[in-house]
Design a protein around this ligand. Structure first.
Ligand code: ZN
Ligand code: ZN
Length: 356
């Protein structure tokens, strides 16, 4: 009964927060807590009741999917929420302040005069960080679909093909192998474009001597995969080999530092120190990793300023990179499952330098 356990965990926070109920607006959190996968609604979790509020478009779906929740149908969202909260006789309610827009908040506040409406974000930010067995199975399936799709797409990565055609083919193959959708817009960045950490695939044709960065993922059962491979095409210079080796070592060292209890900023420091010691710190412009689950980017964050700590059951990425403007870039990203004494690497593509 994963959903019942998740609701109990939320309830156990209520007393400490001096609140009678929590109001959720983030659809991923709502899916996590009750299983409803629609794209609009709100969820009230109180001491005694759980009420899923949806408009008419979602009533049938909510009845079919939601576990352990009463369904309330509204025609106006804010009116509906105000009515449910008022009817429940609540006096203090926490709400997901990061997931409601300011106009809606003002409107809701106006309708709940006299009630304490307390913004809660920090306290529930990491509720999904530790995965249970069911979630890990879905993530593994998402990884399997995506890596099989990439393995079969690599034969196309040759001088002359456009980045966008590689991306299109990879996405088509992921869907063909059972992905519900892609985790995010697939990145296929070649040559100079590989120096942009978030390049969109364009009409550039891959050339001999390029690095090609492919960052991609599939969604299965609502859960995402996320992996980056950097390949060399045709030939590779000594400098390219050297840079690839530095990123790979940073990745391996960070991976070795992972186990339950370690500070996320420590894992980031291990990767960053290695790249800095090679004199290339300025070219590693993003964090070392992030949690992955119902969202492709979720808690915890692995960056220099992160306050998070690793725990067994978290699924995170390790993804250092070096991006040399106007020249090329390298990123190596694996998804791993944090364990008490180390980690299990979930992604399957080998990460030694491969020349296609
Ligand atoms: Zn990625
Ligand atoms: Zn990532």
């Amino acid at each position: 009964m994963p959903h019942a356990n998740r609701i109990s965990r939320i309830r156990s926070k209520l007393a400490g927060l001096e609140l009678e109920a929590l109001l959720f607006f983030d659809m991923r959190n709502i899916r996590y807590l009750v299983g409803f996968s629609g794209s609009d609604g709100a969820l009230l979790v109180g001491e005694n009741g759980v009420i899923l509020m949806v408009d008419g478009r979602y009533v049938t779906q909510a009845k079919g999917e939601a576990r352990g929740a009463e369904i309330f149908e509204y025609s106006d969202k804010i009116d509906g929420i105000a009515r449910v909260v008022t009817d429940a006789g609540l006096r203090s309610v926490g709400f997901e302040s990061v997931a409601i827009n300011f106009d809606h908040y003002l409107n809701l506040k106006g309708k709940l005069d006299g009630l304490v409406l307390k913004p809660i974000s920090e306290e529930i930010n990491s509720i999904r960080a530790v995965k249970d067995q069911d979630e890990i199975e879905l993530i593994k399936k998402a990884v399997e679909i995506s890596s099989r799709a990439l393995a079969s797409t690599l034969e196309l990565v040759r001088p002359g093909i456009r980045e966008r055609d590689v991306a299109l083919e990879l996405e088509y193959r992921m869907k063909g192998k059972g992905a519900e959708k892609v985790s995010f817009e697939t990145i296929v960045a070649s040559g100079k474009n590989a120096a942009l950490p978030h390049a969109t695939p364009g009409s550039r044709r891959i050339e001999d001597g390029d690095f090609v960065v492919i960052d991609y993922g599939a969604v299965y059962g609502g859960y995402s995969s996320d992996e980056t491979c950097t390949f060399a095409v045709g030939s590779v210079t000594d400098r390219q080999k050297e840079i690839y080796g530095i990123v790979k070592d940073a990745h391996d060292r960070a991976l070795d530092s992972v186990k339950a209890g370690v500070a996320c900023r420590e894992v980031d420091r291990v990767a960053r120190n290695h790249i800095e010691s090679a004199g290339l710190g300025e070219y590693f412009s993003h964090g070392t990793g992030h949690g992955v689950g119902l969202d492709v980017h979720e808690a915890p964050r692995l960056s220099a300023r992160s306050e998070d700590y690793l725990a067994a059951g978290m699924v995170i990425t390790i993804e250092p990179g070096i991006y040399i403007p106007d020249l090329w870039g390298v990123r190596i990203e694996d998804m791993i499952l944090v364990e008490e004494d180390g980690c299990e690497v979930l992604t399957r593509m080998p990460k030694d330098l491969r020349i296609l």
